[in-house]
Ligand binder design. Structure first.
Ligand code: PHB
Ligand code: FE
Length: 328
């Protein structure tokens, strides 16, 4: 095995606001006190620094996720699982028709290193991009320290199921994981387990609601069970999903508590398709040819059910599999 050298990150000296600018191929990223600017040969885009950092944080932590991560209607990434496209205007009908869109492909370690460098340099002390707006400080202003502890959090992945021997350390517990202010009514008792003698290590059960009630982060699914390619990824949501996710496979949502309003658009053009409100107990599939963004008026529990089969994107894009799980 050969180990490649760490990817080179191209950045400038800090500007008058204290922030470095970063280059990736023909893309250039810079920030000032309020905004992030993205430039490419045929265009220039501006985003709020706080929205940009929340999207960047998830793209980095999720290793570019499944399919497309749109930071907004213009800029984002496409995961090819080994390489990543960085695009501007590629999934926006108006930019496409005006031929102002731009896309470049990078080896995953190269774009990851640049994104990590940008996230590190542009996240100020006290701002946690994973936290809800009322539970964190401000992203704005001149450069002020860093928040490395928050931005280097990784999605916790269970090898089997949370609670099974070997995965116990993944459990949230009272030490440092207080119940969130919106979940004080969630019972914290654990289920009673009665195993036949000899099966004590094989039977596991835990209170998923109690587990989720202590989550410190929002819009960050964690894998709590793995069964073949079937991943259960529950998460707690509040305010707006910081990315617009373009699917490359079907994913299922099970609304466990409270309410989330999903805005659904055509994946490629961005044109509006539907607004769907999920209430507790609602189950729905998001097709493989859409993009979606969720709005949660108060902290809500959501189970995202993913199929990790690596063959799915090709099977769906070739037409061998439909984009929907059921044809009515
Ligand atoms: C999604 O894009 O399906 C998604 C992402 C993050 C969440 C929930 C859903 O927290
Ligand atoms: Fe999604």
């Amino acid at each position: 095995m050969t180990l490649s050298a760490p990817a080179q990150v191209t950045s400038t000296e800090p500007n008058q606001h204290g922030y470095r600018a970063f280059s990736l191929g023909e893309f250039r990223f810079s920030r000032d006190e309020y905004f992030v600017y993205v430039e490419w040969p045929t265009g220039k885009h501006v985003m709020s620094a706080d929205a940009f950092l929340k999207a960047l944080q998830r793209d980095v932590a999720w290793q570019f996720f499944y399919g497309i991560v749109n930071f907004d209607g213009v800029v984002g990434t496409v995961n090819h699982y080994g390489t990543v496209d960085l695009f501007a205007g590629r999934y926006n009908d108006v930019y496409r028709k005006a031929e102002l869109d731009h896309m470049e492909n990078f080896a995953t370690p190269v774009i990851k290193a640049t994104f990590e460098g940008m996230l590190d340099d542009w996240t100020n002390e006290g701002f946690d991009p994973f936290a809800s707006p009322t539970e964190t400080g401000s992203a704005f202003g001149v450069k002020n320290g860093n928040n490395r502890a928050a931005i280097t959090r990784h999605r916790v992945t269970a090898a089997r199921m949370v609670g099974v021997p070997g995965d116990e350390e993944l459990r949230n517990d009272e030490n440092g994981h207080p119940v969130n202010r919106h979940f004080r009514d969630v019972p914290q008792d654990e289920p009673e387990k009665r195993a036949e003698p000899g099966f004590e290590n094989d039977l596991a059960a835990f209170n998923l609601f109690a587990y989720l009630s202590r989550s410190q982060v929002t819009w960050n699914p964690s894998v709590v069970s793995v069964c073949g390619d079937s991943l259960y990824c529950p998460t707690t949501e509040e305010y707006i999903l910081p990315i617009i996710h373009g699917n490359d496979r079907v994913e299922w949502f099970i609304q466990l508590s409270d309410e989330i309003i999903w805005q659904v658009e055509d994946r490629d053009s961005g044109s509006a398709l539907a607004k769907v409100t999920f209430r507790p107990g609602d189950v729905g599939a998001m097709p493989a040819d859409i993009r979606h963004q969720g709005y949660a008026p108060k902290r809500a529990m959501l189970l995202v059910w993913e199929n990790a089969d690596p063959d799915l994107p090709a099977l769906i894009s070739s037409g061998a599999l439909p984009s929907v799980p059921v044809e009515f």
